[in-house]
Design a protein around this ligand. Sequence first.
Ligand SMILES: NC(=O)c1ccc[n+]([C@@H]2O[C@H](COP(=O)([O-])OP(=O)(O)OC[C@H]3O[C@@H](n4cnc5c(N)ncnc54)[C@H](OP(=O)(O)O)[C@@H]3O)[C@@H](O)[C@H]2O)c1
Ligand SMILES: *[C@@H]1O[C@H](CO)[C@@H](O)[C@H](O)[C@H]1NC(C)=O
Ligand SMILES: *[C@@H]1O[C@H](CO)[C@@H](O)[C@H](O)[C@H]1NC(C)=O
Length: 339
Amino acid sequence: MTYTKWFNCVICFVASAMTLGDTTIAPTIKLNNGLDMPVIGLGTWKSREGDVVQAVKDAIDAGYRHIDTAWIYQNEKEIGEALKAKIDEGVVKREDLFIVSKLWNTYHRPEDVELAINQSLNALGLDYLDLYLMHAPTDFQKVGNTTFPTDENGQAVSAGVDFVDTWKAMEEVYRKGLTKSIGISNFNKRQIEKILEKGSVVPVTNQVECHPYLNQKKLAEFCKSKGITLTAYSPLGSADRPWAKPDDPKLLDDPNLKKIADKYKKSAAQIVLRYLTQRGLIAIPKSVNKGRIEENINIFDFELSPEDMKYVDSFDRNGRIFTFDWSSKHRFYPFSDEY
Ligand SMILES: NC(=O)c1ccc[n+]([C@@H]2O[C@H](COP(=O)([O-])OP(=O)(O)OC[C@H]3O[C@@H](n4cnc5c(N)ncnc54)[C@H](OP(=O)(O)O)[C@@H]3O)[C@@H](O)[C@H]2O)c1
Ligand SMILES: *[C@@H]1O[C@H](CO)[C@@H](O)[C@H](O)[C@H]1NC(C)=O
Ligand SMILES: *[C@@H]1O[C@H](CO)[C@@H](O)[C@H](O)[C@H]1NC(C)=O
């Protein structure tokens, strides 16, 4: 099968963002199943109960239509409240929204997948998702309510489930209409090849860490060759990740990035998000601050020159933040391969 048609759309998305008054509606990218996915979405990991309802409302008011959550973020109920409020207010219709959730590692057994997506749907108050992702290729054993079961060495305990079998169960919930698309997250090239070989549905996206310090050029190129989009998580460098150390480099404080920002009269965050989407990627910046939520979608009124794109490319430094050390001994640990 050829995906040329989709790539043309990928390339032309920059054409124009729709504007409604002060609101920017992000352009969309055409997925391999024909559906349109907004290229900017709101990230919600670490967005706690007290903040996330307002953040999602502010995002919808600012023109976001794509919200990224996961069962493991424990905020689907609050996100559902915000969605309901905005739908009830008449600001958006369900069909305007693109809601993404993820299957957690303890639910990889094929018989658990439908149960898991139903839990997310019930919490969100929805009868379908737009996209359901396998959060990672690594299964964890389900012991009571433990979400990160570990052995005495702090290593994740696997129940031996192959992600291909999990993927086939995801294909089933997709066929049943519980989600409009299915995809993967934290998969490497070899793992994607295995899904393409053994599965019957091509994932619409691979959601992976991606920002100027880890620009994922090779993985993005490989995904593109298979008709799979790449969604950039932690696009701003995830400064609020719980394991950040004071001396860790902070992407948004990079002086070279600030130089570009000054040149375009934009913020460092806007340069990064523009850089990613201009490459044809989807980005899901997290914020619970109204001003920053607006800032992060306000990136469709300028373009980085080819020289500046190349310059930001040169920031790449194998700067992976998510090394998932607790599953480094898992047989499906994704980050041992080059990409
Ligand atoms: N699939 C996976 O395994 C996986 C892993 C990680 C993340 N994700 C998804 O990707 C989303 C984004 O990643 P992330 O949350 O790790 O990090 P991120 O979006 O790279 O960065 C979030 C941090 O940047 C701050 N921020 C946001 N906008 C800013 C701006 N314009 N200027 C300055 N600072 C700004 C936020 O603070 P404020 O909130 O205070 O603005 C927060 O501290 C997650 O929320 C989640 O939905 C998925
Ligand atoms: C999941 O929800 C659907 C739709 O409500 C229902 O038909 C199905 O029986 C549920 N499956 C499980 C395993 O709970
Ligand atoms: C597991 O979670 C369920 C639902 O939140 C709760 O009712 C139950 O008590 C929990 N079980 C344990 C062992 O913590």
